[in-house]
Ligand binder design. Sequence first.
Ligand code: AMP
Ligand code: ZN
Ligand code: FE
Ligand code: FE
Length: 284
Amino acid sequence: MQKVADLHVHTNISDGTFSPEKVVEYARMQGLDGIAITDHDTCAAIAPAMALAGDMNIEIIPGVELTAELYDDEIHILGYFIDWQDELFTKKLEEFCRVREERAKEILRRLGEQGIDLKYEDLMEIAGPGPGSVGRLHIAQLLYRKGKVACIRDAFTKYIGADSPAYVKKFKLSPKEAVDMIKSVGGVAALAHPKTINTDNKSLKDIVCMLAAEGIQAIEVYHSDHNAGDSAEFKKIADKYGLLITGGSDCHGLGKKEVLLGKIKVPYELVEKLRLSVGRTEIG
Ligand code: AMP
Ligand code: ZN
Ligand code: FE
Ligand code: FE
């Protein structure tokens, strides 16, 4: 049978709700042969996931999801097959997480100005203890739990989405800085969920062309937010600029409407192409 992988998965070390172990167990249930753990700004879930996955014959592809700034908006860049234990890389990610904490406090302060008082301790309870990254999805969950919004989407539309009153930007990495950071630890850099990119008055093609010139090597053609038409369009763009193709569910456990893990299954052939591109030889 064709081996398959889901190359975009979050754990509760960032803003998913499943522990690394639960993610691995769920992956087995979904019949996946490999998953990429791609938490926002942290690699702390990779070791516990690998510890369990080895026995189950599931490959954990070490990954990360970084945020970069493009035309005053954000894009996400995934890194695969990174040397996730690299000391300098780890230090940088720890600093990003620290900045995230400051940002979360600022978002709560701005929500306070909107008449919504939320406690940082309550947010930390949702985000979880230990190493990891706190983000807007946690704040959305807190707003929902406290009955301040009708659903998670509402939290973004009314309060914390871009252009909303309590929106606060993160640190500012340029796309090239994000790509270079991934390459500095031997990884391959992929543009995440191109559908979410605010193209303004530019074409997505031109943006991808520019990002390819800055070193992006792959594009997430398959994603749970893409319909067949979207994926066909992104596949064409990938072919035009000679980019590798990736795909993943972007599962956040129960953090989104449904558990998405395994909803996107890409053939292992794509995984091997990514692996080859970074000069790794083992066949997963
Ligand atoms: P942050 O990295 O803290 O800015 O948070 C980004 C997270 O918020 C990502 O996991 C997104 O999936 C999630 N997110 C962003 N916009 C929305 C939205 N409109 N509805 C639901 N989740 C969103
Ligand atoms: Zn997320
Ligand atoms: Fe993302
Ligand atoms: Fe993601």
